[in-house]
Write a protein of this length. Structure first.
Length: 74
């Protein structure tokens, strides 16, 4: 197994999800991943601790699709 690390919420610092990637990406199709939502404002998740909306960006590597916290957070 690859080592994992927690990706912190930009608002409260609590863990949003665990990632094995150095780019802090999350595979939205994995059962243990947070639910990635999409609306007119783009992709996002809600922090399970502070409930703040956290903007996400879609990243593709070859045929795999993942999401990571957007640098242009809401």
């Amino acid at each position: 197994m690859l080592p994992t690390h927690d990706v912190p919420c930009p608002s409260c610092g609590e863990p949003l999800f665990s990632s094995t990637s150095l780019d802090d990406g999350v595979n939205a199709e994995a059962a243990e991943s947070p639910r990635i939502e999409n609306d007119a404002g783009g992709y996002f998740i809600h922090c399970p601790h502070c409930r703040k909306r956290v903007g996400m960006e879609r990243v593709s590597v070859k045929e795999a699709v993942a999401y990571r916290v957007s640098p242009d957070m809401d």
